[in-house]
Design a binder for this molecule. Structure first.
Ligand SMILES: Cc1cc2nc3c(=O)[nH]c(=O)nc-3n(C[C@H](O)[C@H](O)[C@H](O)COP(=O)(O)OP(=O)(O)OC[C@H]3O[C@@H](n4cnc5c(N)ncnc54)[C@H](O)[C@@H]3O)c2cc1C
Length: 441
């Protein structure tokens, strides 16, 4: 079987490994100059590191299995990190039970209710009820109005923007469950890890493995359309050529998948187009010093970015010549004006916000500043979304769509992404393939 995979992100690459193992002759088409998608590295000043912040959790079994398959298990570095909160103009540590007990913005009763809410959210939801309850209603009910408005609402707005009003409580369940997964697996606290050298090393090894197994990876090759030709063959068209395949797996985000596959049925196209995505403008900074001891600083005050992520609270700064890497993500949809602001304007706005939090930060301490913009990062789990999931198998024989829009009850992370690939392959192998007329005759 000839199998094409559209998208050389981690999902497409993992699917390529599976399909090759099943005996297919596999070609991956990737639009960008490099494989890796959201996990790809870039240059920041004189260093190479992940374009977007990435950690692996100790409980991320699928990610760890992939890292082992790539022969990089010994390169995983584990650590526990601290968490900060910026609230009422103060930077507070919220990394253990004692700090939670002393957390000034909330009274003792509010804290008890907050702890009970988190515990409740970490439980399974076998009937899937939380997919049908607005997240705000659920959080107000269990945490109370004050905690909702002081803590939950700013955090929801930071990740979801105005869309938080349309999102289901399953979002909080999935977020909390991921952070509590370690405890279920017997660890007292979650451990965070990364592969020495970052995703550049993971992807470099991935490319070698795929090449060694005979998978063809075509970078700088955006696919323009996937459609059934008059003779029944499934054709992948790029700017230069058109190729026939027996199976095509599209891993691009749902609205792009709809554009790529115009001959899908109207209900299929409507479902793909109807998936609402959150995007991101994510700044990376190379600094001469640390800002704080926290890996994540959650922000409850009005600041132009959603959080501060200090990669070098996890990665030894020696890896960057003693310097520090910090991310300032701002989650916003594709049509947000921030997505069109140039780098200089983003820098001015973000550095101004950063100085509000760390007033002694000086310009000369910022050695490099990079801006990444992505219109479609993760699908929003809006109310009743589980009833509108796009299917893997389409009405066109041999054409499949696998992407983050099919994550149920989870957040977007590499573990879920690898899990999507693992789950989709049996369905793909069991489904009919495309057949050109001359082959079926
Ligand atoms: C800010 C941020 C922080 C994150 N933090 C973490 C973390 O800490 N831990 C973690 O585990 N995960 C994290 N993730 C999530 C992780 O990056 C994703 O789970 C994973 O990379 C998704 O892979 P994918 O292949 O599904 O999608 P993508 O990476 O989006 O890949 C899709 C690919 O398809 C290509 N494509 C699209 N259209 C076409 C076309 N027409 N022709 C050819 N190619 C096309 C794109 O160029 C892209 O390379 C984070 C993501 C972001 C954005």
């Amino acid at each position: 079987m000839r199998c094409a995979i559209v998208g050389g992100g981690l999902l497409g690459l993992k699917l390529a490994l599976h399909m090759r193992a099943a005996g297919d002759d596999v070609t991956v088409f990737e639009a960008a100059p490099e494989i890796g998608g959201l996990a790809a590295p870039w240059r920041l000043g004189d260093i190479t590191w992940d374009r977007h912040y990435h950690v692996t959790l100790f409980s991320d079994r699928a990610t760890r299995a992939l890292v082992a398959e790539l022969g990089l298990e010994d390169e995983l570095v584990w650590s526990t990190t601290r968490t900060g909160f910026y609230v009422d103009g103060r930077l507070l540590s919220l990394s253990n039970a004692l700090e939670f007990a002393l957390f000034p913005p909330l009274g003792p009763l509010d804290k008890l209710r907050l702890a009970a809410t988190i515990l409740r959210a970490s439980r399974d939801d076998p009937a899937g009820e939380l997919a049908h309850v607005p997240v705000g209603t659920w959080l107000r009910k269990w945490s109370g109005r004050k905690t909702y408005e002081r803590i939950w609402l700013p955090l929801l707005k930071a990740k979801l923007g105005d869309a938080h009003e349309r999102v289901a409580a399953s979002f909080i369940r999935a977020t909390v469950a991921r952070l509590y997964a370690a405890r279920r697996s017997g660890l007292d606290r979650e451990r965070f890890g990364y592969v020495r050298g970052g995703y550049a090393v993971v992807l470099g090894r991935f490319a070698e493995l795929l090449a060694g197994r005979g998978v063809s990876v075509q970078t700088r090759t955006p696919v323009r359309s996937v459609a059934t030709a008059a003779n029944g063959a499934l054709c992948v068209s790029t700017a230069d050529a058109s190729y026939a395949f027996d199976r095509v797996i599209v891993t691009a985000p749902a609205p792009l998948a709809a554009r790529l596959c115009p001959t899908l049925s109207e209900p299929e196209l409507a479902r793909l187009r109807g998936v609402e995505y959150q995007g991101i403008v994510c700044a990376s900074l190379l600094l001469t010093r640390a800002l704080s001891p926290y890996y994540v600083t959650n922000i409850c005050d009005p600041v132009p970015f959603s959080a501060v992520i200090e990669m070098t609270a996890l990665v030894d700064p020696a890896a960057f010549g003693g310097r520090h890497v910090v991310y300032l993500p701002r989650y916003c949809p594709a049509d947000d004006p921030l997505q069109r602001l140039d780098d200089a304007a983003v820098r001015a706005r973000f550095v101004d916000g950063l100085r509000g939090m760390y007033p002694d930060l000086r310009d000369e301490e910022i050695l490099a500043f990079g801006v990444s913009r992505v219109p479609y990062v993760f699908p929003l789990p809006t109310l009743d979304y589980v009833d509108r999931l796009p299917a893997v198998r389409t009405s066109i024989d041999g054409l499949f769509v696998v992407n983050a829009a099919q994550i149920v009850d989870g957040t977007l992370n590499v573990n879920e992404t690898v899990g999507l690939a693992d789950a989709a392959v049996p369905q793909i192998l069991a489904a009919p393939v495309a057949r050109a007329m001359s082959e079926t005759a």
